[in-house]
Ligand binder design. Structure first.
Ligand code: ADP
Ligand code: TRP
Length: 328
């Protein structure tokens, strides 16, 4: 099992409840590899210091949120240079038309913006990420399913040309699409809409944002369907089962104030992430710990990716490791 997460900002509730939490739960279901996709992030983050910070924060956040480096392999994409070489091999069997249909590139072009070759070939790098670790299952959100199909397509073509057993064909595993987390304005939570609640932001700042969440204009006396209200939806992510059931009842009955619901969201969020916050503080106070985790992860990942790359190199006629580096 393998999945990657782009370090393009601090994780918000949408990232956590929509993706990360489910990836982490899967670490118990089999051998798991998780990486921080810094090469992909280079297509959008152009400030080196910010990128370095995002990568480090992503690693600390993931471990604090429960990714267990003893059970799962956590590493940084660019620490495995084999993947970049594999990308080239795959690029030689990638039809332009296939990439032209991929949404990140297509959307940017449709908005009249110029795209670079990095964005255009993004799905090929992603295919190399997946194939390099012989992944069977790739847990992703709906927006990434197209990229897994591209990956299967490229692996199939390469295998067809050079030998059936080179690449293992992966399958996507859709993480719960129902978990479309709303932002503070009721639209989908996203960095691009500036409506996020971040998992590890300071409590006073978070409280301020929660108290400013937009609410329904209907009078507080009217009964309401809780499922239609984004404040309730946010509460249901962080509240306990019992609290959430009680809150739903309150909505159906009517006669309550949104201010109280907001206070309940603040308290429940505080509680829900308390352990993760503590773990995060510990990791931050011991900076060599996270470096060590990433170094061990990179070593394990390189061992697997090295074998796969070797298979692919030899199959397509490049020199193998036994002949390379020798004076002949
Ligand atoms: P953003 O929209 O903030 O830029 P990303 O596109 O980086 O977020 O999201 C990374 C992953 O997090 C997505 O593939 C998706 O699975 C998940 N995700 C992001 N926002 C949400 C949301 N509001 N609800 C559910 N899942 C989300
Ligand atoms: N493109 C993915 C995203 O934006 C991140 C990613 C890169 C990825 N390589 C991957 C996900 C390989 C799964 C497998 O969310």
């Amino acid at each position: 099992m393998l999945s990657g997460i782009q370090p393009t900002g601090r994780f918000h509730w949408g990232n956590y409840f929509g993706a990360i939490r489910q990836y982490i739960e899967l670490q118990d279901a089999g051998e798991a590899f998780y990486f921080i996709a810094d090469l992909h992030a280079l297509t959008t983050v152009r400030e080196p210091e910010r990128l370095r910070g995002f990568v480090r924060d992503a690693a600390i956040d993931l471990v604090a949120l429960g990714l267990d480096p003893e059970r799962a392999t956590l590493f940084v994409q660019s620490d495995v240079p084999e993947v970049a070489e594999l990308t080239w091999l795959l690029m030689t069997v990638t039809p332009m038309g296939l990439l032209e249909r991929c949404h990140a590139y297509k959307d940017k072009k449709a908005r009249g913006l110029t795209a670079d070759a990095g964005l255009f070939t993004y799905p090929v790098l992603m295919a190399a990420d997946i194939l390099a670790y012989d992944a069977d299952v790739v847990p992703v959100g709906e927006d990434q399913v197209q990229h897994i199909e591209v990956c299967r397509d490229l692996a199939g073509t390469f295998n067809h040309l050079y030998g059936d057993t080179i690449f293992r064909l992966p399958k996507p595993r859709l993480v719960d699409g129902a978990a479309k987390v709303p932002g503070t304005d009721g639209q989908k939570m996203s960095k691009s809409y500036e409506n996020t609640l971040d998992v590890f932001e300071g409590l006073p700042a978070q409280k301020k944002k929660i108290m400013r969440i937009t609410t329904d204009s209907r009078s507080m006396e009217e009964p309401k369907d809780p499922q239609q209200d984004h404040l309730y939806q946010l509460f249901s992510l962080v509240g306990s089962e019992k609290e959430v059931a009680e809150m739903a009842e309150l909505y159906r009955r009517g006669g309550f104030g949104y201010g109280d619901v907001k206070k309940a969201v603040v308290a429940a969020a505080n509680e829900a992430f308390a352990t993760a916050r503590e773990r995060r503080c510990e990791l931050e106070s011991n900076p060599s710990k996270i470096d060590e985790i990433l170094a061990v992860g990179a070593e394990r990942a390189r061992a697997v990716a090295g074998n796969v790359l070797e298979r692919a190199r030899e199959a397509c006629g490049l020199r193998g490791s036994s002949t390379r580096g020798r004076n002949q």
